[in-house]
Design a protein around this ligand. Structure first.
Ligand SMILES: [Zn+2]
Length: 383
């Protein structure tokens, strides 16, 4: 096993304190993400070398296979402000979209490019703090009730049709109107006057926060169209292909397939392609896939997802344990306390925020000590 050091992304929405405190970094500005991966854009350092170079030199040792990419991207993410509303394509949609943009000659680094690669990008967020997000379309009757209760029906012309039909097609027409770039006269002024009272108190509070960030953007009403989710620490949320979502606030450990494919739907200064977005988006109401924190000392707790790309596991250790038997490379992160890890060829102390990469060729390790550990691996549950 080897120590792996993160590389950082300082996006403006990042927290000014969480990752800095967690990893004991001196930086004053925002840090949005710490990446642990072999992503070509920002590979982590392993033994002082870019991880991508080590894998190219000996793929069998690291990946367990003579070819292929490191399967997942692990991040610590800390958001003080909301991230864009977005959707990720399925594998098939990504392959088709990537091919189509290549044929059209859209340059790889063009800001209007939708598909940066041909892979899907399912994601899971494991909360480290209280964490708020928007995820999936609400039940249609709830959207109708919210728009009526809060006097929004008069601002959106397509609302009447949606109110009558309450189907996916009329939702898409309404959503298109919500995502339109042009400012709606009087909308933000009206939203400002809404009382923060039940049953829409939480949603209105979020709308008012979003207005501060995006004073011109109609899609600040999204908390009324999408499910508003609150995670407690160690609860998790899975985001599959086609599910419209946005992280609003909080810090957590995020794991995803190795891909950059993001179609944005709003709350973003970046490129938004509404027709392409509506093409790949799931247009039915959706119940988010949530995972409980499940306490339990000295027991591995799994967060199984319906994709093969990754699996998060967690243990609160007081004593010793062996690593779950999961093939492929793994990343071990100590999120609290201190643990001694003994692998076949190496050993190390992991204190809070230390991480180790366990190569596919050295799958066995014994952990001992008192600490809280998260394990990232490929998607197979241990046999
Ligand atoms: Zn996403």
């Amino acid at each position: 096993m080897h120590r792996i050091n993160a590389v950082f992304q300082d996006y403006a929405w990042g927290s000014r304190s969480f990752i800095q405190n967690f990893l004991k970094l001196p930086q004053e500005g925002p840090i949005a993400e710490a990446w642990y991966s072999a992503h070509p854009k920002a590979p982590s350092l392993v033994n002082g070398f870019p991880f991508t170079e080590l894998i190219t030199a000996d793929p069998v040792y690291w990946l367990g296979s003579p070819q292929g990419d490191f399967p997942f991207l692990l991040k610590i993410l800390a958001a003080d402000e909301a991230l864009s509303i977005q959707v990720h394509p399925s594998k098939q949609q990504a392959e088709e979209g990537f091919r189509a943009e290549n044929l059209k000659g859209v340059p790889q680094n063009s800001p209007i490019r939708n598909y940066k690669d041909s892979n899907h990008k399912p994601e899971m967020m494991l909360a480290l703090t209280d964490f708020s997000a928007l995820c999936g379309i609400r039940r249609f009757p709830d959207i109708v009730a919210a728009f009526q209760d809060l006097g929004l029906s008069r601002f959106f012309r397509s609302f009447t049709e949606f109110q009558h039909k309450q189907d996916s097609a009329s939702f898409c027409t309404l959503y298109q109107e919500v995502l339109h770039k042009e400012k709606l006269p009087g909308l933000h002024e009206h939203l400002h006057t809404l009382p923060e009272s039940e049953p829409w108190k939480d949603e209105i509070q979020w709308i008012k926060k979003l207005i501060e960030q995006y004073p011109e953007d109609r899609s600040v009403v999204s908390p009324l169209l999408l499910n508003l989710i609150h995670l407690k620490p160690m609860e998790a949320l899975f985001l599959d292909a086609g599910i419209v979502h946005a992280y609003l606030h909080g810090a957590g450990i995020e794991i995803m397939a190795q891909s950059d494919n993001v179609l944005r739907a709003g709350l973003s200064p970046k490129h938004i392609d509404v027709p392409e977005l509506l093409k790949i988006m799931q247009k039915q109401p959706y119940s988010p896939l949530l995972y409980p924190a499940a306490p339990g000392i000295n027991m591995w707790h799994y967060y199984p997802v319906p994709v093969p790309d990754f699996l998060l596991s967690r243990i609160q250790l007081d004593g010793n344990t062996t690593l779950p038997q999961i093939p492929g490379p793994k990343i071990l992160m100590c999120i609290e306390g201190s643990v001694f890890a003994q692998g076949t060829t190496g050993e190390m102390h992991l204190h809070q925020a230390d991480s180790a990469i366990i190569p596919a060729a050295e799958p066995n390790a014994i952990l001992s000590g008192k600490g809280h550990i998260v394990l990232a691996s490929c998607g197979n549950l241990p046999s």
